[in-house]
Design a protein around this ligand. Sequence first.
Ligand SMILES: *Cc1c(COP(=O)(O)O)cnc(C)c1O
Length: 423
Amino acid sequence: MSALPWGLLPDSSTVGVDGQLLVGGCDLAELAEEFGTPLFVYDEAQLKARCAEAVAAFGDGVAYATKAFLCRAMARLAHEQGMHLDVASGGELAVALSAGVPADRIVLHGNNKSDEELITARDAGVGRIVVDSFDELDRLEGLFGADGIVPQILLRITPGVEAHTHEFVMTGQDDSKFGFGLKVGDAARAVERARAMDAVELVGIHAHIGSQVFVAGFFEQAIEALAPFVNQTGLPELSIGGGIGVAYIEGEEAPSITEWGAVVRKACDHAGITARVSAEPGRAIAAAAGITVYRVGTIKEVPSIRTFVAVDGGFIDNPRPALYGSGYETFVPAAVTADRTEVVRLVGKHCESGDVLVSEAKVPAGLVVGDLIATPVTGAYGRSMGSNYNLLPRPAVVFVADGQARLVIRRETEADLLATDVG
Ligand SMILES: *Cc1c(COP(=O)(O)O)cnc(C)c1O
Protein backbone atom coordinates (compact mmCIF):
# COMPACT_ATOMS: atom_id res chain seq x y z
CA MET A 1 0.00 0.00 0.00
CA SER A 2 1.13 3.45 -0.84
CA ALA A 3 1.73 6.76 0.81
CA LEU A 4 -0.63 9.60 -0.05
CA PRO A 5 0.16 10.87 -3.58
CA TRP A 6 2.02 14.09 -2.86
CA GLY A 7 0.35 15.91 -5.74
CA LEU A 8 -3.01 15.86 -3.95
CA LEU A 9 -1.66 18.08 -1.17
CA PRO A 10 -1.65 21.88 -1.37
CA ASP A 11 1.24 23.37 -3.35
CA SER A 12 3.02 24.81 -0.33
CA SER A 13 3.12 21.46 1.52
CA THR A 14 6.40 20.45 3.09
CA VAL A 15 7.47 17.76 5.52
CA GLY A 16 8.62 18.94 8.94
CA VAL A 17 11.50 17.53 10.97
CA ASP A 18 9.25 14.97 12.66
CA GLY A 19 7.66 13.78 9.43
CA GLN A 20 4.59 15.97 9.94
CA LEU A 21 2.85 17.99 7.24
CA LEU A 22 3.31 21.74 7.07
CA VAL A 23 1.05 23.78 4.77
CA GLY A 24 2.04 27.37 4.11
CA GLY A 25 4.76 26.77 6.69
CA CYS A 26 2.16 25.95 9.38
CA ASP A 27 2.09 22.73 11.38
CA LEU A 28 -1.39 21.20 11.15
CA ALA A 29 -1.25 19.87 14.70
CA GLU A 30 -0.66 23.39 16.00
CA LEU A 31 -3.49 24.73 13.85
CA ALA A 32 -5.83 22.03 15.16
CA GLU A 33 -4.82 22.95 18.69
CA GLU A 34 -5.37 26.66 18.15
CA PHE A 35 -8.55 26.61 16.03
CA GLY A 36 -10.13 23.27 16.92
CA THR A 37 -11.32 20.50 14.63
CA PRO A 38 -12.78 19.90 12.14
CA LEU A 39 -10.79 22.64 10.48
CA PHE A 40 -10.57 23.77 6.87
CA VAL A 41 -7.04 24.87 5.99
CA TYR A 42 -6.41 26.72 2.72
CA ASP A 43 -3.08 27.39 1.05
CA GLU A 44 -3.53 31.08 0.32
CA ALA A 45 -0.69 31.28 -2.20
CA GLN A 46 -2.27 28.44 -4.17
CA LEU A 47 -5.66 30.18 -4.27
CA LYS A 48 -3.93 33.29 -5.59
CA ALA A 49 -1.94 31.31 -8.13
CA ARG A 50 -5.06 29.57 -9.51
CA CYS A 51 -6.88 32.90 -9.82
CA ALA A 52 -3.90 34.42 -11.62
CA GLU A 53 -3.73 31.35 -13.87
CA ALA A 54 -7.41 31.78 -14.78
CA VAL A 55 -6.87 35.45 -15.64
CA ALA A 56 -3.83 34.54 -17.76
CA ALA A 57 -5.77 31.75 -19.51
CA PHE A 58 -8.99 33.65 -20.25
CA GLY A 59 -8.22 37.34 -19.85
CA ASP A 60 -10.28 40.01 -18.15
CA GLY A 61 -13.86 38.98 -17.45
CA VAL A 62 -13.07 35.49 -16.18
CA ALA A 63 -15.11 34.98 -13.00
CA TYR A 64 -14.62 32.90 -9.87
CA ALA A 65 -17.73 30.79 -9.20
CA THR A 66 -18.18 31.67 -5.55
CA LYS A 67 -20.51 28.80 -4.73
CA ALA A 68 -17.44 26.54 -4.62
CA PHE A 69 -16.17 28.36 -1.52
CA LEU A 70 -16.96 31.87 -0.37
CA CYS A 71 -16.17 34.18 2.48
CA ARG A 72 -15.05 37.78 2.46
CA ALA A 73 -11.36 36.88 2.43
CA MET A 74 -11.90 34.63 -0.59
CA ALA A 75 -13.96 37.25 -2.41
CA ARG A 76 -11.25 39.84 -1.82
CA LEU A 77 -8.49 37.45 -2.86
CA ALA A 78 -10.18 36.56 -6.17
CA HIS A 79 -10.94 40.21 -6.85
CA GLU A 80 -7.40 41.32 -6.09
CA GLN A 81 -6.06 38.69 -8.46
CA GLY A 82 -8.16 40.24 -11.21
CA MET A 83 -11.14 37.88 -11.34
CA HIS A 84 -14.76 38.84 -11.56
CA LEU A 85 -17.10 37.08 -9.10
CA ASP A 86 -19.98 34.85 -10.12
CA VAL A 87 -22.72 34.77 -7.50
CA ALA A 88 -25.89 32.70 -7.61
CA SER A 89 -27.96 34.10 -4.76
CA GLY A 90 -28.61 37.18 -2.69
CA GLY A 91 -26.44 35.67 0.04
CA GLU A 92 -23.41 35.20 -2.20
CA LEU A 93 -23.98 38.68 -3.59
CA ALA A 94 -24.10 40.13 -0.06
CA VAL A 95 -20.77 38.52 0.88
CA ALA A 96 -19.08 39.73 -2.32
CA LEU A 97 -20.37 43.29 -1.83
CA SER A 98 -19.48 43.28 1.83
CA ALA A 99 -15.93 42.25 0.91
CA GLY A 100 -15.69 45.45 -1.11
CA VAL A 101 -15.82 43.84 -4.54
CA PRO A 102 -17.09 46.52 -6.92
CA ALA A 103 -20.57 45.63 -8.19
CA ASP A 104 -19.48 46.00 -11.79
CA ARG A 105 -17.10 43.04 -11.27
CA ILE A 106 -19.95 40.78 -10.17
CA VAL A 107 -22.12 38.55 -12.34
CA LEU A 108 -25.47 37.26 -11.02
CA HIS A 109 -26.63 33.75 -11.86
CA GLY A 110 -29.56 31.56 -10.91
CA ASN A 111 -32.40 29.66 -12.55
CA ASN A 112 -34.97 31.21 -10.23
CA LYS A 113 -33.81 34.62 -9.10
CA SER A 114 -36.23 36.35 -6.79
CA ASP A 115 -37.46 39.90 -7.22
CA GLU A 116 -35.49 40.77 -4.10
CA GLU A 117 -32.28 39.38 -5.57
CA LEU A 118 -32.80 41.25 -8.82
CA ILE A 119 -33.64 44.48 -7.01
CA THR A 120 -30.52 44.17 -4.84
CA ALA A 121 -28.46 43.58 -7.98
CA ARG A 122 -30.07 46.57 -9.66
CA ASP A 123 -29.56 48.89 -6.72
CA ALA A 124 -25.96 47.80 -6.27
CA GLY A 125 -25.20 48.14 -9.97
CA VAL A 126 -24.18 44.53 -10.60
CA GLY A 127 -22.19 44.27 -13.82
CA ARG A 128 -23.85 41.34 -15.54
CA ILE A 129 -26.98 39.25 -15.08
CA VAL A 130 -27.09 35.84 -16.70
CA VAL A 131 -30.72 35.33 -17.61
CA ASP A 132 -32.07 31.82 -17.39
CA SER A 133 -35.72 31.87 -18.48
CA PHE A 134 -38.54 33.74 -20.22
CA ASP A 135 -40.12 34.35 -16.82
CA GLU A 136 -36.95 36.10 -15.76
CA LEU A 137 -37.05 38.31 -18.87
CA ASP A 138 -40.61 39.27 -17.86
CA ARG A 139 -39.43 40.02 -14.36
CA LEU A 140 -36.53 42.16 -15.60
CA GLU A 141 -38.93 44.10 -17.77
CA GLY A 142 -40.90 45.01 -14.67
CA LEU A 143 -37.90 45.89 -12.52
CA PHE A 144 -35.47 47.64 -14.86
CA GLY A 145 -35.53 50.33 -17.48
CA ALA A 146 -36.93 53.13 -15.36
CA ASP A 147 -34.43 55.91 -14.58
CA GLY A 148 -32.23 54.61 -17.40
CA ILE A 149 -30.98 51.66 -15.32
CA VAL A 150 -30.40 49.02 -17.95
CA PRO A 151 -28.38 45.97 -16.94
CA GLN A 152 -26.10 44.12 -19.29
CA ILE A 153 -27.31 40.57 -19.64
CA LEU A 154 -26.13 37.27 -21.05
CA LEU A 155 -28.55 34.51 -21.96
CA ARG A 156 -27.86 31.07 -20.57
CA ILE A 157 -28.14 28.51 -23.34
CA THR A 158 -28.27 24.73 -22.97
CA PRO A 159 -26.32 23.47 -25.94
CA GLY A 160 -27.55 19.87 -25.75
CA VAL A 161 -24.18 18.41 -24.82
CA GLU A 162 -23.90 15.63 -22.24
CA ALA A 163 -20.61 15.95 -20.43
CA HIS A 164 -19.68 12.74 -18.68
CA THR A 165 -19.93 13.63 -15.04
CA HIS A 166 -22.32 12.86 -12.22
CA GLU A 167 -25.95 13.26 -13.27
CA PHE A 168 -26.57 15.83 -10.53
CA VAL A 169 -23.90 18.18 -11.89
CA MET A 170 -24.59 17.68 -15.60
CA THR A 171 -26.22 20.86 -16.89
CA GLY A 172 -25.68 21.11 -20.65
CA GLN A 173 -28.17 18.47 -21.78
CA ASP A 174 -31.56 19.26 -23.34
CA ASP A 175 -33.42 17.84 -20.33
CA SER A 176 -32.19 20.47 -17.88
CA LYS A 177 -33.86 22.96 -15.56
CA PHE A 178 -31.27 25.52 -16.65
CA GLY A 179 -31.30 27.94 -19.53
CA PHE A 180 -32.81 28.31 -22.98
CA GLY A 181 -32.66 25.17 -25.11
CA LEU A 182 -30.73 25.61 -28.32
CA LYS A 183 -32.32 22.77 -30.25
CA VAL A 184 -35.93 23.64 -29.46
CA GLY A 185 -35.42 27.20 -30.62
CA ASP A 186 -35.86 28.83 -27.21
CA ALA A 187 -32.37 30.30 -27.44
CA ALA A 188 -33.20 32.14 -30.67
CA ARG A 189 -36.55 33.29 -29.28
CA ALA A 190 -34.85 34.59 -26.14
CA VAL A 191 -32.35 36.62 -28.18
CA GLU A 192 -35.18 38.11 -30.17
CA ARG A 193 -37.16 38.92 -27.06
CA ALA A 194 -34.18 40.44 -25.19
CA ARG A 195 -33.25 42.57 -28.19
CA ALA A 196 -36.72 44.00 -28.29
CA MET A 197 -36.61 45.00 -24.62
CA ASP A 198 -35.66 48.48 -23.45
CA ALA A 199 -35.07 47.23 -19.91
CA VAL A 200 -31.94 45.19 -20.70
CA GLU A 201 -28.87 45.34 -22.91
CA LEU A 202 -28.09 41.94 -24.36
CA VAL A 203 -24.31 41.53 -24.54
CA GLY A 204 -23.67 37.83 -24.75
CA ILE A 205 -24.33 34.14 -24.57
CA HIS A 206 -23.54 31.88 -21.64
CA ALA A 207 -23.33 28.10 -21.38
CA HIS A 208 -22.28 25.84 -18.52
CA ILE A 209 -22.20 22.17 -19.37
CA GLY A 210 -21.59 20.77 -15.90
CA SER A 211 -19.09 20.33 -13.13
CA GLN A 212 -16.15 18.01 -12.43
CA VAL A 213 -15.70 17.50 -16.18
CA PHE A 214 -12.34 15.80 -16.81
CA VAL A 215 -12.26 15.74 -20.57
CA ALA A 216 -11.64 19.13 -22.13
CA GLY A 217 -13.14 17.68 -25.33
CA PHE A 218 -16.64 18.16 -23.92
CA PHE A 219 -16.00 21.90 -23.99
CA GLU A 220 -14.96 21.57 -27.65
CA GLN A 221 -18.27 19.83 -28.33
CA ALA A 222 -20.23 22.53 -26.54
CA ILE A 223 -18.41 25.28 -28.43
CA GLU A 224 -19.01 23.51 -31.73
CA ALA A 225 -22.69 23.16 -30.90
CA LEU A 226 -22.97 26.81 -29.88
CA ALA A 227 -20.80 28.44 -32.54
CA PRO A 228 -23.32 28.84 -35.39
CA PHE A 229 -25.81 30.38 -32.98
CA VAL A 230 -23.29 32.66 -31.28
CA ASN A 231 -21.89 33.83 -34.60
CA GLN A 232 -25.33 34.44 -36.00
CA THR A 233 -26.27 36.69 -33.09
CA GLY A 234 -23.05 38.67 -33.53
CA LEU A 235 -23.05 39.31 -29.76
CA PRO A 236 -19.70 40.44 -28.32
CA GLU A 237 -19.40 37.99 -25.38
CA LEU A 238 -19.43 34.25 -24.84
CA SER A 239 -18.97 32.64 -21.41
CA ILE A 240 -18.40 28.93 -21.47
CA GLY A 241 -19.15 28.62 -17.74
CA GLY A 242 -17.09 26.56 -15.35
CA GLY A 243 -16.77 22.89 -14.75
CA ILE A 244 -13.23 21.79 -15.39
CA GLY A 245 -12.54 18.89 -13.02
CA VAL A 246 -9.82 18.31 -10.46
CA ALA A 247 -8.07 15.13 -9.27
CA TYR A 248 -9.42 13.95 -5.92
CA ILE A 249 -7.90 10.50 -5.61
CA GLU A 250 -4.85 8.51 -6.58
CA GLY A 251 -4.65 7.93 -10.32
CA GLU A 252 -7.03 10.72 -11.36
CA GLU A 253 -5.75 13.36 -13.74
CA ALA A 254 -7.38 16.59 -14.76
CA PRO A 255 -6.38 19.33 -17.21
CA SER A 256 -4.95 22.48 -15.66
CA ILE A 257 -6.78 25.78 -16.03
CA THR A 258 -4.09 26.78 -18.54
CA GLU A 259 -4.70 23.65 -20.62
CA TRP A 260 -8.45 24.12 -20.41
CA GLY A 261 -8.09 27.73 -21.59
CA ALA A 262 -5.96 26.63 -24.53
CA VAL A 263 -8.52 23.99 -25.59
CA VAL A 264 -11.36 26.51 -25.33
CA ARG A 265 -9.52 29.18 -27.27
CA LYS A 266 -8.51 26.75 -30.00
CA ALA A 267 -12.07 25.43 -30.32
CA CYS A 268 -13.41 28.98 -30.53
CA ASP A 269 -10.85 29.92 -33.20
CA HIS A 270 -11.64 26.75 -35.09
CA ALA A 271 -15.36 27.51 -34.95
CA GLY A 272 -14.78 31.08 -36.10
CA ILE A 273 -16.10 32.62 -32.89
CA THR A 274 -15.16 36.25 -32.70
CA ALA A 275 -16.94 37.04 -29.43
CA ARG A 276 -14.73 37.67 -26.39
CA VAL A 277 -14.58 34.33 -24.59
CA SER A 278 -14.60 34.03 -20.82
CA ALA A 279 -15.21 31.36 -18.21
CA GLU A 280 -16.25 30.79 -14.59
CA PRO A 281 -14.14 28.18 -12.80
CA GLY A 282 -14.98 27.42 -9.18
CA ARG A 283 -13.67 23.98 -8.24
CA ALA A 284 -10.44 24.38 -10.22
CA ILE A 285 -9.63 27.50 -8.18
CA ALA A 286 -10.48 26.31 -4.68
CA ALA A 287 -10.62 22.52 -4.40
CA ALA A 288 -6.98 21.49 -4.28
CA ALA A 289 -5.92 24.43 -2.10
CA GLY A 290 -7.99 23.15 0.82
CA ILE A 291 -7.76 20.24 3.22
CA THR A 292 -9.95 19.24 6.15
CA VAL A 293 -8.39 18.19 9.43
CA TYR A 294 -10.45 16.01 11.78
CA ARG A 295 -9.76 14.39 15.11
CA VAL A 296 -10.44 10.70 15.61
CA GLY A 297 -13.00 10.17 18.38
CA THR A 298 -13.85 6.47 18.31
CA ILE A 299 -12.53 3.40 16.56
CA LYS A 300 -14.81 0.39 16.23
CA GLU A 301 -13.53 -2.91 14.95
CA VAL A 302 -16.11 -5.32 13.60
CA PRO A 303 -14.25 -8.63 13.44
CA SER A 304 -13.76 -9.95 9.91
CA ILE A 305 -15.91 -7.14 8.50
CA ARG A 306 -14.21 -3.76 8.88
CA THR A 307 -12.94 -1.03 11.16
CA PHE A 308 -14.90 2.20 11.50
CA VAL A 309 -12.92 5.31 12.37
CA ALA A 310 -15.24 8.11 13.48
CA VAL A 311 -14.20 11.75 13.36
CA ASP A 312 -15.65 14.95 14.77
CA GLY A 313 -17.17 16.14 11.47
CA GLY A 314 -18.99 14.31 8.73
CA PHE A 315 -21.33 14.92 5.85
CA ILE A 316 -22.20 18.37 7.07
CA ASP A 317 -18.67 19.57 6.26
CA ASN A 318 -18.30 17.34 3.19
CA PRO A 319 -21.58 16.21 1.62
CA ARG A 320 -19.97 15.13 -1.68
CA PRO A 321 -19.48 11.47 -0.79
CA ALA A 322 -23.12 11.17 0.29
CA LEU A 323 -24.45 13.21 -2.65
CA TYR A 324 -22.35 11.92 -5.51
CA GLY A 325 -20.52 8.91 -4.14
CA SER A 326 -17.32 10.94 -4.46
CA GLY A 327 -14.04 9.42 -3.35
CA TYR A 328 -11.38 11.03 -1.18
CA GLU A 329 -7.96 10.10 0.09
CA THR A 330 -6.95 10.20 3.75
CA PHE A 331 -3.68 10.82 5.52
CA VAL A 332 -2.37 11.33 9.00
CA PRO A 333 -0.81 14.81 9.25
CA ALA A 334 1.72 13.63 11.86
CA ALA A 335 3.16 11.13 9.34
CA VAL A 336 2.22 12.45 5.95
CA THR A 337 4.65 10.32 3.94
CA ALA A 338 3.91 7.09 5.85
CA ASP A 339 2.80 4.02 3.93
CA ARG A 340 -0.91 3.59 4.42
CA THR A 341 -1.10 -0.12 5.07
CA GLU A 342 -4.60 -0.47 6.54
CA VAL A 343 -8.04 0.15 5.15
CA VAL A 344 -10.77 1.58 7.37
CA ARG A 345 -14.11 3.30 6.84
CA LEU A 346 -13.87 6.96 7.78
CA VAL A 347 -17.23 8.09 9.14
CA GLY A 348 -18.65 11.19 10.78
CA LYS A 349 -20.65 11.75 13.94
CA HIS A 350 -24.13 12.18 12.45
CA CYS A 351 -27.10 9.96 13.19
CA GLU A 352 -27.13 8.29 9.82
CA SER A 353 -25.27 5.34 8.32
CA GLY A 354 -24.83 7.34 5.10
CA ASP A 355 -22.52 9.66 7.00
CA VAL A 356 -19.42 8.23 5.34
CA LEU A 357 -16.50 10.47 4.42
CA VAL A 358 -14.24 7.85 2.86
CA SER A 359 -15.57 4.37 2.27
CA GLU A 360 -12.20 2.64 1.87
CA ALA A 361 -9.77 4.95 3.61
CA LYS A 362 -6.10 4.03 3.56
CA VAL A 363 -4.37 4.82 6.84
CA PRO A 364 -1.00 4.01 8.37
CA ALA A 365 -0.92 1.28 11.02
CA GLY A 366 -1.34 2.33 14.64
CA LEU A 367 -4.06 4.96 14.30
CA VAL A 368 -5.49 5.73 17.74
CA VAL A 369 -8.21 7.84 19.29
CA GLY A 370 -7.05 11.45 19.56
CA ASP A 371 -4.97 11.35 16.36
CA LEU A 372 -5.56 13.88 13.63
CA ILE A 373 -6.66 12.56 10.26
CA ALA A 374 -7.16 14.66 7.15
CA THR A 375 -8.70 14.60 3.69
CA PRO A 376 -7.07 16.57 0.88
CA VAL A 377 -8.79 18.41 -2.00
CA THR A 378 -11.74 19.56 0.11
CA GLY A 379 -11.52 23.27 -0.75
CA ALA A 380 -14.59 23.32 -3.02
CA TYR A 381 -18.20 22.31 -2.35
CA GLY A 382 -17.36 21.18 1.17
CA ARG A 383 -17.98 23.90 3.66
CA SER A 384 -20.05 25.84 1.11
CA MET A 385 -22.44 22.90 0.65
CA GLY A 386 -22.48 21.96 4.29
CA SER A 387 -25.37 22.13 6.69
CA ASN A 388 -26.12 22.24 10.38
CA TYR A 389 -27.63 18.76 10.56
CA ASN A 390 -27.73 17.48 14.14
CA LEU A 391 -27.11 21.14 14.98
CA LEU A 392 -23.40 20.71 14.76
CA PRO A 393 -21.65 24.05 14.50
CA ARG A 394 -19.87 24.47 11.17
CA PRO A 395 -16.06 24.37 11.22
CA ALA A 396 -13.66 27.26 11.13
CA VAL A 397 -11.60 28.16 8.05
CA VAL A 398 -8.01 29.36 8.14
CA PHE A 399 -5.80 30.68 5.36
CA VAL A 400 -2.13 29.82 5.74
CA ALA A 401 0.87 31.45 4.06
CA ASP A 402 4.50 32.12 4.97
CA GLY A 403 4.25 30.46 8.35
CA GLN A 404 1.21 32.52 9.39
CA ALA A 405 -2.36 31.31 9.88
CA ARG A 406 -5.24 33.71 9.49
CA LEU A 407 -8.72 32.86 10.73
CA VAL A 408 -11.16 33.84 7.97
CA ILE A 409 -14.33 32.12 9.20
CA ARG A 410 -14.61 31.37 12.89
CA ARG A 411 -16.17 28.18 14.14
CA GLU A 412 -19.91 28.48 14.70
CA THR A 413 -21.05 28.45 18.28
CA GLU A 414 -24.19 27.16 19.90
CA ALA A 415 -25.22 30.80 20.28
CA ASP A 416 -25.03 31.13 16.46
CA LEU A 417 -27.29 28.12 16.14
CA LEU A 418 -29.80 29.70 18.54
CA ALA A 419 -29.59 33.17 17.00
CA THR A 420 -32.37 32.58 14.48
CA ASP A 421 -34.58 30.55 16.80
CA VAL A 422 -37.14 33.06 18.02
CA GLY A 423 -39.84 30.70 19.28
C1 LIG B 1 -21.31 25.77 -10.62
C2 LIG B 1 -21.14 26.72 -11.74
C3 LIG B 1 -19.86 27.14 -12.11
C4 LIG B 1 -18.62 26.59 -11.48
O1 LIG B 1 -18.47 25.23 -11.69
P1 LIG B 1 -17.11 24.50 -11.25
O2 LIG B 1 -17.37 23.09 -11.60
O3 LIG B 1 -16.95 24.71 -9.81
O4 LIG B 1 -16.01 25.11 -12.04
C5 LIG B 1 -19.75 28.08 -13.10
N1 LIG B 1 -20.85 28.60 -13.71
C6 LIG B 1 -22.09 28.20 -13.39
C7 LIG B 1 -23.23 28.81 -14.08
C8 LIG B 1 -22.28 27.25 -12.41
O5 LIG B 1 -23.51 26.86 -12.11
